[in-house]
Ligand binder design. Structure first.
Ligand code: GMT
Length: 380
């Protein structure tokens, strides 16, 4: 198949999923065209069947806000026409589904017959899609897509409850992980850089936005590490980073925190964690937790959104109400003070990642879904 994939290039789950899916499809012999405004950070190499197309945004002085959505539609149209795309897969509803729809409308019946599939990732529904100005356009993008997928059952239910999708059916296809890249192999030299030999490592990876509750990471770590020498490794960057550092100073744990910044090869760091910590207010899925699990790291997280579909409470980690930092701290304490428990849960986590979410298992699901959508008449 000839597949166009539209995504955000920035550090965020939707861009990771889109890029990893593109690479996997290309490896399987499909011709894949990634369309974005910059090279997505997980787009680690130019390889056979995989091409990147940059959206050119015009900076004409009349434009206070350059019309990115139209530039994207124009680029999609050109790529679809030039390469005869069968499928255009938009990751994240706003603006990708709308620009995709516009491109398809301009093309179809004009010698091209491209199908639009939109994958809803979470904040496109729970945050952006709830803003008054974007509510109806999100609904429009969903209704106009030839196929719509969601990354968890919980997100699907939420979409149905909050958005009038008309006759549109939503297929749940969970995120996947490359269990050969995300493995248990630990690079001891890197562990040495991260922590002292007698320190347990609690790790958090996110884009430090409000929805991730990153200050709760500091609060729970301060409590959990009172009895056991531990180091908090914070990976990523975002608007709440300054507040996190401030809080770490206030609570007297700044010296035991490593603010590592953004690190692309996250598979090198995750296996060195003893606990992965994700206390988000909401996660439609929790890809970063799944990546940690693939590295046999037990997870302490919120029992919110799609996380319970990924982490099994008491088996591969512990789940608590968002904001319950005392309970989260107690679970972290258990894991950093009880090595056999952490090992058992880590093994269960890896087992879940391999059995339910490995790339090789979910790639055929995507291929079958594309085939199904292509066999149906295109929407307009
Ligand atoms: O807010 C983020 O974490 C980024 C966001 C994105 O769209 O890039 O992530 C969402 O999509 C990921 C991939 O499907 C999911 O694993 C994340 O749980 C989801 N984030 C939220 O729902 C907050």
């Amino acid at each position: 198949m000839k597949i166009g994939i539209v995504c955000y290039p920035t550090h965020g789950g939707s861009g990771v999923v889109a890029t990893e899916l593109g690479a996997a499809l290309a490896e399987n012999g499909h011709s894949v065209h990634i369309i974005s405004y910059a090279i997505p950070f997980r787009f680690d190499s130019f390889r056979k069947n995989l091409t990147y197309h940059e959206v050119e945004v015009s900076a004409y002085p009349l434009f206070r806000y350059p019309p990115y959505d139209l530039a994207l539609a124009g680029t999609i149209m050109e790529v679809a026409e030039q390469h005869g795309l069968d499928i255009l897969h938009a990751h994240y509803a706003i603006p990708h589904a709308i620009s995709g729809h516009l491109a398809r409308e301009m093309l179809n019946g004009d010698g091209t017959n491209v199908r639009l599939i939109t994958t809803l990732h979470g904040t496109d529904i729970t945050i952006i899609g709830q803003q008054r100005i974007f509510q109806r356009i999100t609904k429009f993008g969903i209704r106009k897509s030839d196929g719509v997928t969601s990354v968890s059952n919980e997100l699907k239910e939420r979409v149905i409850e909050t958005i009038d999708c008309g006759a549109q059916d939503i297929e749940v296809i969970p995120n996947f992980v490359d269990t050969q890249r995300f493995t248990t192999d630990c690079c001891p030299d890197k562990r040495g850089h991260l922590a002292a030999p007698d320190e347990k490592i609690v790790m958090h990876v996110s884009n430090f936005r409000e929805v991730k509750r990153p200050q709760d990471v500091i609060k729970a770590f301060e409590i959990a590490s009172r009895q056991k020498k531990a180091r908090l490794v914070m990976i990523g960057d975002g608007p709440d980073m300054g507040a996190c550092k401030e809080l770490a100073r206030e609570l007297g744990v700044f010296d035991r925190c490593t603010f590592a910044g953004t690190y692309d090869a996250i598979w090198e760091l995750l296996p060195q964690a003893d606990v992965f910590f994700l206390p988000s207010e909401y996660e439609s899925f929790g890809l970063s937790a799944l990546e940690a699990m693939a590295c046999a790291v037990p997870v302490v997280a919120s029992n919110t959104g799609g996380l319970p579909e990924v982490v099994e409470d008491g088996v591969s980690g512990f789940l608590h109400k968002p904001g319950d930092t005392a309970a989260m701290a107690e679970s972290i304490r258990k894991l950093i003070t009880n090595e056999p428990l952490a090992k058992k849960m880590g093994e269960a986590a890896r087992e879940t990642a391999v059995s339910r979410f490995r790339r090789e298992a979910l790639l055929p699901v995507w291929e079958a879904y594309y085939e199904r959508i292509m066999s149906q008449p295109a929407k307009s």
